[in-house]
Design a protein around this ligand. Structure first.
Ligand SMILES: Cc1cc2nc3c(=O)[nH]c(=O)nc-3n(C[C@H](O)[C@H](O)[C@H](O)COP(=O)(O)OP(=O)(O)OC[C@H]3O[C@@H](n4cnc5c(N)ncnc54)[C@H](O)[C@@H]3O)c2cc1C
Length: 321
């Protein structure tokens, strides 16, 4: 085993995804030699793009089977590479693609599997992740001498701007398609949304603190007072069918950065905050003074939303005459 940290670059429709730069930044924070691996067919243009943007030494694995993402192909080909080079850590984005292949790859390789980390402490080589909706932090470490496959939450490190460093070298390795038992048939585009959260200047977002679906009307009414206002939601509300999925903000929903994000009854789980933490002004309405949302909020209104929102609506109306 050497001390190398490898990151697995992610791409879709011939474009390297920004999460790749997050992984490189996270790996550099850990220290040690950082190398990038990318799989595809043809992979060269993608590998060159990663090398150009991040300055990493890039290994492109070119195989016809990797033309479209397939978990078995990824596992088979990355395993071949790891057996030759034995990196210390293999960092994978904590995205649907990463969740799909990373734990199984760790099993194939006999490595530790560590998931959803947000930080690394170089002093004792421990990874840190949030548990229980961000109320506790957990420290994890692979045993001495054991490499690890680690999934890293997007947004866990601040990437350098693209092309800051001189481009890295690119090496392409060609492999036959490994035998597989599954194949991806096609990607289906999501239904076009009726809500354009990305263009909204003010998002009034509702969480489980609403308690009853009838209070969605309060949220809608407040959002409607702003010219470019929209209603956002945490995942449980969409899962319960209180609001359609296109309102969901966070890891499995939209990433937004409005001028004002009013989080009403939202605890601030990492999966939610990663989709809204770059908003210019974040105000949390929450009865819990210790809710994790306060780590990203600029202001907190520490009260019951069912009392506060009607007063806010009344005052905005009054102020506008
Ligand atoms: C793989 C995965 C992906 C996920 N993706 C997403 C995602 O994209 N987006 C997302 O949002 N979540 C996502 N989640 C879920 C996430 O982990 C949290 O469970 C979810 O965000 C919690 O929603 P919440 O804040 O509405 O509810 P809770 O965590 O239950 O918080 C409710 C909050 O309301 C407050 N409250 C209660 N009563 C009142 C009141 N009367 N007035 C004011 N405040 C009150 C409470 O103090 C609490 O802070 C994901 C989870 C997983 C495992």
């Amino acid at each position: 085993m050497n001390k190398d940290i490898w990151i697995i670059a992610e791409h879709f429709e011939n474009r390297v995804r920004p999460v790749t730069s997050d992984l490189v930044a996270f790996a550099r924070k850990m220290g040690g030699e950082v190398k990038a691996v990318i799989l595809g067919h043809p992979v060269k243009p993608l590998a060159e793009d990663v090398a150009q943007k991040t300055g990493c030494e890039v290994t492109g694995i070119d195989s016809p089977g990797a033309a479209v993402y397939n978990s078995e192909v990824y596992r088979n080909l990355i395993k071949k590479l790891c057996e030759r080079n034995q990196p210390r850590y293999l960092l994978v984005p904590h995205t649907p693609l990463g969740w799909d292949f990373a734990p199984a790859l760790a099993v194939d390789l006999g490595y530790s599997s560590i998931s959803a980390v947000t930080d690394f402490n170089p002093e004792n080589s421990t990874f840190i992740r949030q548990i229980l909706n961000g109320k506790l932090l957990e420290e994890l470490k692979s045993p001495p001498g054991c490499s690890a496959v680690v999934t890293v939450m997007p947004g866990s490190a601040n990437p350098e701007p693209d092309n800051t460093r001189p481009p890295g070298s690119v090496k392409i390795l060609e492999f036959e398609s490994p035998p597989v038992k599954t194949r991806t048939i096609r990607y289906l585009p999501a239904k076009p949304g009726t809500v354009n959260l990305k263009d909204a200047e003010v998002i009034v977002a509702a969480g489980r603190g609403l308690k009853v679906p009838e209070r969605i009307e309060l949220i809608r009414e407040l959002a409607s007072l702003f010219k470019r206002g929209a209603v956002g939601a945490s995942r449980p509300l969409c899962d319960q069918g209180w609001l359609p999925l296109e309102h969901q903000v966070g890891m499995t929903g939209a990433t937004v950065s409005p001028k004002l994000y009013l989080a009403c009854g939202i605890s601030g789980a990492l999966q939610h905050t990663m989709g809204m933490k770059n908003s210019s002004l974040i105000v949390a309405v929450n009865t819990d003074r210790k809710a994790p949302i306060l780590q990203v909020a600029h202001f907190c209104v520490n009260t019951d939303l069912s009392k506060f929102i009607p007063v806010l609506i009344k005052n905005i109306r009054k102020f506008r005459g």
